[in-house]
Ligand binder design. Structure first.
Ligand code: ADP
Ligand code: MG
Length: 659
């Protein structure tokens, strides 16, 4: 090793070899420092030591008043420290209690502890006012931080309000109010007008309108009727309905959304972790510096008072640090902004990943198109149009694909009795193979028929043709079409304006349909007629060739792009309401199908990411600058306190920009 290296590299290698044992020796220490706060993160923030009852801030108001009063008292000599000791003691208790709490949870070097140390040091160096003021300002900063994080937690708890408190079970003896968790699939529930739908199910009686705003962020209510699916968390607006429950409470939409939202905070963005690492270095470094300046220097040079005051500045800067430079707070706020729009992320890190995206891949159906197909033409072979549609609808009787829905709808209008398939294999990206009345029916694209060696007619017009065969006999094809979303063009342009450099369109649909869409919407890359496994390959290819710091976001419909999504950095599912596969596989779920929510997600993510960088730079840089200026005596401890306070307030105030 090292044989073919340039001299400079050799030198570096030597240096690394020499320094490695030193680093290894430091590892246990580093590990202890690293692990302690992790433990803290996993433990719930508890404030078991109630020091000043419910209004600790009152004590700070009192000590501030005392501070003013004492200044005007005609006292001198020992009376001065004695007088200042009163507000100082009042103000230090809360910090001491917090420090004690942290030490007990294993975080020995903590902010409140340094704050106490700084205050004691200032007091000892006869800077009484500064000492008390520091305690007050540090408390004020921590108080603001706590209030802001409570506020954002409060906003986010609104998602928890979609959880039902009770359900009204319809039994033979009458209606009974029960715990939603006790309701079983198949039970019939009554949902009075104006109340929340407690579980997922299907309407069996009644016509009403449903407001899905709480789960999907979509403002316009929609009319529903017998046979429609309804989801927990939505509100029943106009009249009473009865519904049959389709799944247990734990798997209901509302419960699962709330679970996702609650877990999101456990996945911090890399920025926040970096900020915490930085603080884990900053805090001991400040303490070390303080010891150096306050203890070591005066040993040689005397002037204890002078050096003590300089040392205090290092501690003051550390006191004013906000938790992870308020980056955690920024992201919580961004989550709550998006949740109000019905966009739920599984982690704060998802937002960070989206913020760094340069490539966005769209799986055509259901994202930039509406995902609602209609039948436009029927081309039967040796049978009537009616017969062809009826056969196709029978084969599609259980498929969840939007094309299946279109064919069923077209056949339904024929008032023909449509048989149901007894066996059904969905072949993703190709179609359906079903057994109806003992016969094998194939319904799908050309690739499907080719796979089974069945000859088919080439459609005369461009478009999506769905071929049908019974046993080995070809029966003709059905043309279906899907509309491009009304505002897709604007939405995609907005993505570009916000820094997406490459827009990719993938689809299983034919090229004759995909190409006009791709060129009209200005996609940079198009791949059509892909099977799901080809889509995975395409995503992997893009992932391999992306820039090191950028990410790739995949936008698909919740239903059939789940597996593909997991190959990109971040997967966004549109139309996730009621989709199990979206909940299982997407990183971010857009509940409705509004494509502008993707642009909003991008802008909010970019905003929070930028704000995170600003907070990091301002927090770490400002703190370091303060210390340097203070230690060299350019600024006084008082100035350091005030500037530090301003800095932490500015970091907190940055959260208000996220909206
Ligand atoms: P997309 O990329 O547009 O989401 P899919 O991968 O879902 O497309 O399907 C690709 C093609 O496979 C469709 O255009 C259609 O021709 C065929 N196909 C898939 N599922 C079905 C189905 N249930 N019935 C008929 N055709 C289907
Ligand atoms: Mg699809």
């Amino acid at each position: 090793m090292g044989k073919h290296l340039a001299p400079k590299q050799k030198h570096e290698l030597n240096f690394i070899n020499r320094i490695t044992p030193v680093i290894n020796g430091l590892k246990p220490l580093a590990k202890a420092v690293r692990e302690a706060p992790e433990k803290r993160a996993s433990a719930r923030p508890s404030r078991k030591v109630p020091t000043m009852g419910r209004h600790p801030w009152l004590f700070y108001v009192v000590s501030a008043l005392l501070l003013v009063v004492i200044r005007f008292l005609p006292i001198d000599g020992w009376m001065v420290p004695a007088a200042y000791a009163i507000p100082a003691l009042l103000a230090i208790t809360e910090h001491a209690a917090a420090a004690y709490e942290k030490i007990r949870s294993g975080e020995y070097l903590n902010r409140p502890l340094l704050c106490c140390a700084a205050a004691v040091l200032l007091f000892a160096t006869k800077l009484y006012t500064e000492s008390v003021l520091l305690l007050i300002l540090a408390y004020a900063a921590a108080y603001m931080e706590r209030r802001l994080s409570e506020q954002s937690a409060g906003e986010r708890a609104k998602t928890a309000e979609i959880l039902p408190q009770y359900a009204i079970l319809v039994t033979e003896e009458g209606n009974e109010r029960v715990d939603p968790a006790a309701v079983n699939p198949g039970d019939i529930l009554l949902v009075p007008a104006g109340e929340r739908i407690p579980l997922d199910g299907v309407i069996v009686d009644g016509i009403t309108t449903i407001d899905t705003a709480a789960v999907s962020g979509q403002r316009s209510p929609w009319a529903v009727n017998v046979g429609y699916k309804v989801y927990s968390g939505c509100r029943n607006l106009t009249s009473d309905i009865r519904m049959r429950v389709s799944r247990p409470y734990e798997q209901s939409t509302a419960k699962r959304i709330v679970k996702v939202a609650e877990a999101a905070a456990d996945f911090p963005p890399e920025q926040e972790r970096a900020a915490e690492r930085c603080q884990r270095i900053l805090i001991p470094a400040m303490l070390g510096l303080a010891l150096l300046v306050g203890l070591l220097l005066p040993l040689f040079r005397g002037e204890w008072l002078y050096h003590g005051r300089r040392a205090a500045v290092a501690l003051i800067a550390a006191c004013m640090l906000t938790h992870s430079f308020s980056i955690s707070l920024l992201y919580s706020r961004a989550l709550s902004v998006m949740e109000a729009l019905g966009v739920f992320s599984k982690g704060k890190d998802c937002l960070e990943s989206i913020a760094r995206a340069e490539t966005m891949i769209f799986d055509k159906t259901g994202t930039i198109t509406e995902g609602r197909y209609t039948v436009t033409d029927v081309y039967p072979v040796k049978m009537s149009e009616k017969q062809l549609l009826t056969i196709a609808a029978a084969g599609e009787s259980f498929s969840r694909h939007p094309i299946a829905a279109a064919i069923r709808e077209a056949a339904g209008k024929l008032d023909e009795r449509v048989a149901k398939a007894t066996k059904l294999y969905e072949i993703p990206g190709r179609g359906i193979s079903a057994i109806v009345g003992g016969r094998r029916i194939l319904i799908g694209n050309a690739a499907l028929l080719e796979e089974y060696g069945i000859k088919y007619n080439i459609p005369s017009h461009p478009g999506t043709a769905i071929h049908v065969s019974v046993d080995t006999r070809y029966c003709g094809y059905i043309m279906v079409t899907d509309k491009v979303r009304r505002r897709a063009f604007d939405a995609l342009e907005t993505l570009r304006v916000n820094g997406i450099k490459k827009l990719v369109l993938l689809t299983g649909d034919v090229i004759s349909v995909a190409r006009p869409i791709a060129s009209r919407l200005n996609f940079d890359m198009l791949r059509a007629e892909l099977k799901p496994e080809d889509k995975v390959k395409a995503v992997n290819y893009l992932m391999k060739n992306k820039g090191t710091h950028s990410t790739i976001v995949f936008v698909g419909d919740g239903e059939n792009s789940g597996k593909i999504m997991s190959h990109a950095d971040t997967g966004i599912a549109m139309g996730s309401l009621g989709s199990d596969s979206a909940l299982a596989s997407a990183d971010v779920m857009v509940m409705d199908r509004d494509i502008f929510k993707i642009t909003r997600l991008l802008t909010v993510s970019r905003l929070v990411y930028r704000a995170g960088l600003e907070n990091f730079a301002a927090g770490a840089g400002g703190c370091a600058l303060l210390v340097i200026l203070g230690v060299f005596g350019v600024i006084s401890p008082l100035a350091a306190e005030l500037l530090g306070f301003l800095l932490s307030t500015a970091l907190l105030a940055n959260t208000f920009r996220i909206k």
